[in-house]
Design a protein around this ligand. Structure first.
Ligand code: WT7
Length: 638
């Protein structure tokens, strides 16, 4: 058995879950024995949720890349670690065995050290989905630097905010990247971002699109030239930095209900154990299989289930540069057939978008290599679930609906493929080590089945966030203060009569647009940056493909007409401030916003209007000026 902790039956799942409840230290300590540690832990777990202060495997020493690379060299050095499929199907794909990936990570680790990167330094990575992105991430981990990957859809302003927050003195980027028919100018965006980050010492630029770019003396260097330098030294191995289990592995920025994204911090030991455990169990990975997660490494899904989970398990992971609909809507299916993908892990928004093209793109596709399908990022509607099941899985592949968050590091609630039952639109059961609790508004636990409430988690699992970078109090207030003693997820949830969990969506002011997480306050701040906007309110509304769309109510004070031209100007402002992922879908100009006497915007009413409801708006008597509601409802955009 390659993974002695791989659950084989419903009974084994129940036993594992029970053991994890009764004796979490014994449970996780035993699983952790299956990894490579320089030194074992003194204590498996110490924790309190008050501060919070959570430590897994205290005293243990390791380097996660020795677990993801070195330890596989003897057993599967010549097997594929990573397959890379380019944006354009006519370009060359790339294959890297464990030996080759190990070599490249060592080489680039040496480049980092040559450029002055040391343990604990923060490195911002802003690249497209190229193999060097995974290499850069692992090289950081090898030398003990803390990576902070930023998704390619964020603007210069957003990048600059993140680089400043993390005080990252090093940046790794590409000249540009390809996404469908588009070329994204990454280096020029970095150049703009760095105008306000004079402390950045070094920018390492990978050549990918061959677009002409600026290179600033003493700051910018080419990846390829730096590689030559270490080759000239004879490519010495890059000695892995010995890390404490609780040393930071990475920072990943994510949106909350306040205006400013926060840097979620994950640490080395617990994150490694949990992403590996969940990868092996949820997908029921079998050695030799090919795992294709379509996420971007700029999000947590890519960190955990393209890079760290699969590689620590010695799996073959497929990385795709492009988009599902280019050159045609059969792109995913062609990739599945071309490489004989066994596990396909994607987002409901991608499934719904592909559904809208009908069955034509699937016509000449076999898809018979598929064994397991997965979804992540947002609730999946039953129609999309059944389409995925019938037309992609041919009713032979279990679908795992995996609920989790940037903050949880790994999958929390999900069926285990083929082992525990699935139920359309339900994430189903908690993983071992996960104890969901539903609470009402007052924080009272809701016991029993067939109930709905706010989803909290009792006690820590190994990859729970440890802090938000540079602001521990913010972490406490955000997650551990709403319901004392519990971690609050921000999600609403239903538990059915059999104890299956169904996530119903966020109950805070966080939007989920095409699986991208955005705060309403964040989008409002960006809209308000437009010189003539007086005030705005943003809510989400049901969108057939994106899951949620962004609906903005704007009080405009400019001379211009309140028309599409002005809407465009406001949209462009948002794209400048946050990035293309935050572009509002609908902008309605209003004279006033529904506010209570204390000045609070009543979003409940705006949400209803955005959903197309114009009557039955509920009690408006507490509003300062109830007549604004009527005006807004009249002007609602369909
Ligand atoms: C939010 C977290 C987890 C990686 C990708 C998103 C929603 C996530 C599901 C699911 C229903 C889901 C939740 C959660 N979500 N997975 N299977 N069913 N909702 O990570 O950006 O941190 O967003 O995504 O609302 O809180 P994220």
């Amino acid at each position: 058995m390659p993974y002695p902790y791989q659950i084989q039956s419903m009974e084994e799942y129940q036993t594992a879950w029970k053991k994890s409840e009764e004796d979490p230290e014994g449970f996780w300590g035993e699983i952790a024995e299956n990894f490579l540690w320089r030194k074992k832990w003194d204590k498996v777990l110490t924790w309190n949720f008050k501060e919070p202060d959570i430590k897994w495997f205290s005293g243990a020493k390791l380097n996660i890349t020795e677990n993801c690379l070195d330890r596989h060299l003897e057993t599967r050095g010549n097997e594929l670690a990573l397959i890379w499929e380019p944006n354009n199907p006519e370009d060359h794909h790339r294959l890297l065995t464990y030996e080759q990936l190990h070599f490249k990570v060592n080489q680039f680790g040496n480049v980092l050290r040559n450029n002055g990167v040391k343990k604990g330094d923060r490195v911002c990575i802003y690249m497209g989905m190229v193999p060097e992105l995974a290499i850069a991430v692992l090289a950081c981990a090898r030398v003990g630097a803390i990576h902070s990957v930023i998704f390619g859809g964020f603007s210069a302003q957003s990048i600059s905010d993140r680089i400043q927050d993390a005080h990252a003195e090093f940046v790794i980027t590409c000249d540009g990247s390809f996404r469908g028919a588009k070329e994204i100018p990454l280096k020029p965006i970095i150049d703009d971002a760095l105008v306000s980050c004079p402390f950045v010492k070094r920018v390492i630029v990978l050549t990918h699109t061959h677009a002409p770019i600026s290179m600033i003396k003493d700051r910018d260097v080419r990846w390829e030239k730096e590689i030559h330098k270490v080759e000239n030294l004879g490519n010495p191995p890059c000695i892995p930095e010995e890390m404490d289990a609780e040393d930071m592995l990475f920072i990943l920025y994510t949106s909350g209900s306040t205006g400013k994204p926060k840097g979620v911090v994950h640490t080395c030991g617990g994150y490694m154990v949990y992403t590996n455990y969940t990868f092996v169990n949820v997908f029921q990975y079998k050695p030799g299989e090919l795992h294709f997660c379509t996420a971007d490494v700029g999000w947590i899904t890519g960190h955990s289930y393209i890079v760290y989970g699969p590689l620590s398990a010695g799996a073959t992971t497929l990385m795709f540069e492009g988009v599902p609909t280019w050159p045609d809507a059969g792109r995913f299916w062609s990739i599945v057939d071309k490489y004989q993908v066994n596990i396909l892990y994607t987002a409901p928004t991608a499934i719904r978008s592909l559904m809208s093209y009908g069955l034509e793109p699937l016509k000449d596709k076999k898809l018979d290599s598929l064994r397991v399908l997965g979804t992540v990022g947002e609730p999946i509607n039953e129609e999309a679930w059944h389409w995925y099941d019938e037309h992609v899985g041919k009713k032979k592949c279990p679908i795992v609906d995996t609920w989790w968050q940037t903050e949880t590091g790994g999958i929390m609630i999900s069926n285990l493929a083929g082992i525990t039952p699935s139920k359309p639109s339900y994430a189903t059961l908690p993983l071992p080590g996960v104890h969901p609790v539903l609470v009402d508004e007052k924080g009272q636990e809701i016991v029993g089945n067939d109930v709905t409430g706010n989803l909290c988690l009792l006690g820590p699992w190994p990859s729970i966030l440890r802090t938000t970078y540079g602001d521990h109090e913010r972490c406490r207030l955000n997650y551990f203060n709403t319901y004392p003693g519990l971690y609050f997820t921000g999600d609403g949830c239903h538990r059915d009569e059999h104890g299956n969990y169904r996530i119903t969506g966020r109950v805070d002011d966080v939007l989920n647009v095409s699986g991208h997480r955005l705060g309403t306050a964040e989008v409002e701040n960006a809209i308000n940056m437009h010189t003539d906007v007086i005030e705005s309110a943003v809510v989400g509304y049901h969108h057939d493909i994106k899951g949620q769309g962004i609906y903005a109510f704007v009080i405009y004070g400019g001379e211009e007409d309140e028309d599409d031209f002005t809407r465009k100007a406001i949209s462009l402002t948002v794209v400048r401030v946050i990035g293309v992922i935050a572009r509002p879908d609908k902008i309605q100009f209003v004279k006033g916003l529904p506010k209570t006497r204390s000045g609070k915007i009543m979003r409940r009413i705006l949400r209803k209007i955005a959903e197309g409801e114009t009557s039955n708006l509920g009690d408006t008597s507490t509003l300062l000026d109830p007549s604004v509601v009527e005006d807004i409802a009249k002007g609602a955009i369909k």
